[in-house]
Design a protein around this ligand. Sequence first.
Ligand SMILES: *Cc1c(COP(=O)(O)O)cnc(C)c1O
Length: 425
Amino acid sequence: MTERPPSVDRLARELAITIDLPHGVLVEVARSAVADAPTRAADVARERAHDLEASLLRRVVNGTGVLLHTNLGRAPLSAAGDRPLNLEYDLSSGGRGSRHEPISALLAGLVGSESALVVNNNAAAVLLVVAALAEGRGVAVSRGECVEIGGGFRIPEVMERAGARLVDVGTTNRTHRDDYVRAVRDEDIALIMRIHPSNFTVSGFTADVDVADLAALGVPVVCDVGSGLLDSSASFLGGRLQPVPAWIADEPAVRDALSSGAGLVTFSGDKLLGGPQCGIIAGRADLVAACARHPLMRALRPGSQTLMSLQSVLLAHLRRDAADTVPFWAMVCTPLDDVERRAHAVAQQCGAHIARSDAAIGAGSAPGTTIDSWAVVLDGDHSSALRRHATPVITRVRDGQTLIDLRSVHPDDDAVVVDAVRATQ
Ligand SMILES: *Cc1c(COP(=O)(O)O)cnc(C)c1O
């Protein structure tokens, strides 16, 4: 005689003792376990409930040394709170306000644009710009910039989806001004688009054309600068990184592109800006207005939490205190000695040792760039145990050692690292 499977309800109540998920969810897990594996229902249910709980969003400690870790939500930023905001409410008139105008004014001061618009991410920004300004017409793109950004975001496909025609200009390694001149003369070109190949570099026998030269051709130039560095002198750091490192000085910057004559720039909010996930379109007022009027805008607009976080980051940049108040820039600007001192203190408390480490920017920004750092080092691979800690600690394993790079860890989380490491011993 076979044993009867346990009752779904009893199983769900047993799971609830150790697993903090709503009763209805545990009942569903128990039901599916009883149906799929009647003889091992309790074990299967426990495993599935644990997997489900572990898959939910939670706070983690980023010990990878990759400062903008795409899988950890890029730029870390605290949430904007749980109270209503005057998102579209004009407090002086009591009437309807604009969710775009205040942010647009802040961006104008930061990057020198006439106007700006915020959407859900930079992919959406590129899509909207092309749909609003080039539907049914041609967009000239250098062959060397016809890139895939990641996550299947490919420029030729975006053009097609936006209803525009990609007009290939030049060659993979070299594109000249004359190539653009010919395209503008022979084809119906609505936009010239420059796309920053953020996540790879082309070296050797190469050539491209300055934005200023393209701007003289009489067609609006759109620069997808990607990373969203505001200006290459890093004035928003208030002089904290001196001299300005090459990876900043060489990164195409929003202000520089606009002052060279770009009609629009598009960039991500959660890369080098250090803000929330969003995409920003900044530039000429008439071009921004055309994007704002397009029907897609309603589907791509961000919510109040995003705009509030973005606003706080823009104000920090305007105050020039990003090095202290924007978490991403704080990680970049932390002096190496401070990172070493923290690594030393953590290692001492949990019997580990320390080693020099190379942190990276991440999110496809400034590829190849490293920032000097220090890591807490454990012999052996403890990455899985550290990931399973109550507050998971995400690490790197190299040459049989586990590295916890402290440049990407918030200083307040050093104590979490100590606890997590102790728990593995
Ligand atoms: C990152 C990037 C994008 C995509 O931006 P998301 O904010 O991730 O959608 C587009 N273009 C360039 C050049 C980028 O670097």
